[in-house]
Design a protein around this ligand. Structure first.
Ligand SMILES: *[C@@H]1O[C@H](CO)[C@@H](O)[C@H](O)[C@H]1NC(C)=O
Ligand SMILES: *[C@@H]1O[C@H](CO)[C@@H](O)[C@H](O)[C@H]1NC(C)=O
Ligand SMILES: *[C@@H]1O[C@H](CO)[C@@H](O)[C@H](O)[C@H]1NC(C)=O
Ligand SMILES: *[C@@H]1O[C@H](CO)[C@@H](O)[C@H](O)[C@H]1NC(C)=O
Ligand SMILES: *[C@@H]1O[C@H](CO)[C@@H](O)[C@H](O)[C@H]1NC(C)=O
Ligand SMILES: *[C@@H]1O[C@H](CO)[C@@H](O)[C@H](O)[C@H]1NC(C)=O
Ligand SMILES: *[C@@H]1O[C@H](CO)[C@@H](O)[C@H](O)[C@H]1NC(C)=O
Ligand SMILES: [Zn+2]
Length: 460
């Protein structure tokens, strides 16, 4: 009798384990299409380079069309029927404004839009603008303009909603209910909060986006919806630098407060801009992790020109597949794919490979803030294998053996866990005083010293 019962329980129980309703979606970003790239003349960004450039790209350059085309077809080969695609912008190359104009910028945005529509004709795409999707770059005005309007015309088939189209025309942001009942996407224009957007520095709420977001999330709470938040520039601190914050401080605070306030309706946040593979955790007043933001690596391999980077400043091209629970909308896994550009350049064939599955490589059940917080606790251990993998994946495995010393590690962990700028600084300084080896102290001195020296020179 007992055995029979056990068998029935087993029989009923087993299928339910595998029956979680799992769907997938792509997150792809930062293509930075450079139409001037030519491997035959070894030039990109309109400049000649000192070394032979590969057909699919080079770490000193933005993306040739061959790389972009290859990345989109690789997405289709790997998963041709995702529930939706998130595309977080930055379509144009890193070059002087003098080499660009409004019509060139638009033609690149439209080129990538059409390619994505060609490769995934029946998939909903939730697209956001990046700071390079405007001319002059970064300087997005907090109101309607010809670029938002032209982009809205070409994204009409993705909006299929007049209200969304209208808010996009006015401010470059929108919200849409998703095909599955009870879920919603909110696409923001966080370029307004970026310190390079000089037009919004003195504005308390550019284009009224924060008030609008508060209202959308209030409505979602009442309707018991789960919300995916999508944008380009992330809040918080850049983990491969000692002192780089993206948002103006006042917007960083307001944004963090809003996310914590509405964390119970937020399924996930999908951001970009850093070109690295990373995540951020938001904590409430009681210091419990309540929301997670995923930052996807770029398609462009371009090495940033930002001074004083800690470690490698370029990355391998990446494309990111999420797994999620269709019933709860919560993301459950990342299947990160990448292109080993060194190898590609040697063989002249683009062989996109699985880099890692987060669940397997990190040993986590899902991507909930609680699971990720547990992972960060593992990162903190000495010689943490999880942190070593995280650090390799951070650049899409550009230099598998690259090491990250004590201070480097603290900067990464504090960037993940402290969105607030004062909290971040306290986290690093507090952590640094606990540094034990002479080597750590020297590294600390060098990194902190650079800023002190710059300040001294500036003062004199
Ligand atoms: C784009 O990629 C597809 C699939 O690999 C290939 O058939 C096509 O020729 C490529 N187009 C260009 C312009 O590279
Ligand atoms: C995008 O531009 C490339 C190169 O400039 C061109 O070969 C390609 O046909 C264009 N693709 C689309 C879909 O417009
Ligand atoms: C959403 O739910 C409503 C009411 O239950 C139903 O009429 C509609 O068909 C559902 N839509 C989808 C896409 O499932
Ligand atoms: C913002 O305020 C600063 C300081 O008052 C001023 O220099 C700057 O021109 C203002 N910017 C705009 C866009 O109004
Ligand atoms: C919030 O819901 C109200 C009532 O349905 C609606 O009128 C309003 O437009 C919604 N707000 C936003 C920002 O979507
Ligand atoms: C990428 O390819 C190069 C050349 O074959 C190789 O040395 C390197 O280890 C590869 N990187 C990874 C992460 O496999
Ligand atoms: C690209 O490949 C060529 C040979 O095909 C090689 O000479 C060159 O150094 C490579 N460049 C990079 C960045 O790997
Ligand atoms: Zn970018």
């Amino acid at each position: 009798m007992y055995l029979l019962f056990s068998c029935i329980i087993l029989f009923l129980g087993v299928p339910s384990v595998g029956s979680q309703n799992t769907g997938s979606f792509w997150h792809v970003t930062d293509f930075h299409f450079d139409p001037s790239y030519t491997s035959s003349r070894n030039s990109c960004h309109t400049e000649a380079k000192q070394r032979p450039l590969g057909q699919y790209g080079d770490y000193l350059c933005d993306s040739p069309y061959a790389l972009i085309n290859s990345s989109m077809y690789a997405m289709r080969d790997i998963e041709d029927n995702p529930d939706f695609i998130i595309w977080t912008g930055d379509d144009t190359p890193h070059t002087s404004n003098d080499n660009l104009d409004e019509s060139k910028v638009l033609s690149m945005i439209l080129n990538l839009t059409h390619l994505l529509m060609e490769v995934f004709p029946n998939t909903p795409v939730y697209a956001a603008l990046g700071n390079h999707d405007y001319h002059p770059k970064h300087l997005m005005p907090p109101h309607s303009n010809p670029i938002y309007n032209a982009v809205a015309d070409s994204w009409k088939a993705w909006f299929r909603n007049d209200v969304a189209e209208q808010t996009f025309r006015n401010g470059g942001f929108y919200t849409l209910p998703m095909a599955r009942n009870g879920s919603r996407v909110v696409v923001l224009n966080t370029v307004y909060y970026y310190t390079n957007d000089k037009l919004t520095a003195n504005d308390s709420d550019p284009a009224g986006q924060l008030a609008w977001l508060d209202e959308v999330l209030t409505n979602a709470t009442l309707a018991k919806e789960k919300v995916h938040i999508v944008a380009h520039v992330p809040p918080g601190h850049f983990e491969r630098h000692r002192t780089k914050y993206w948002f103006y401080p006042q917007f960083n605070k307001k944004f963090q407060d809003l996310i914590v306030k509405f964390s119970s309706v937020i399924a996930g946040m999908y951001f970009a801009h850093e070109h690295t593979d990373n995540f951020r955790l938001f904590y409430n007043q009681q210091d419990n992790p309540v929301a997670a933001m995923f930052i996807a690596p770029a398609v462009t391999p371009w090495q940033t020109t930002l001074p004083n980077m800690i470690g490698s400043a370029a990355n391998n091209p990446g494309i990111r597949l999420f797994k999620y629970n269709r019933d709860t909308s919560l993301p459950t896994d990342i299947w990160q794919h990448y292109l080993n550009l060194t190898q590609t350049n040697m063989t002249n064939t683009a062989n996109w490979q699985l880099e890692y599955k987060a669940s397997e490589m990190y040993g986590i059940r899902d991507l909930s803030p609680q699971s990720l917080n547990q992972l960060v606790l593992k990162f903190k251990r000495q010689n943490s294998e999880e942190f070593r993998k995280y650090y390799q994946y951070n650049t899409a495995s550009i230099q598998p053996g690259e090491t990250c010393g004590e201070l480097c590690k603290k900067v990464h962990i504090c960037s993940i866990t402290k969105i607030d700028y004062d909290d971040f600084e306290k986290c690093v300084i507090g952590a640094v005083s606990a540094a034990t080896t002479v080597c750590d102290w020297m590294l600390t001195f060098v990194l902190l010293g650079i800023n002190a020296v710059i300040a001294l020179i500036a003062a004199n």
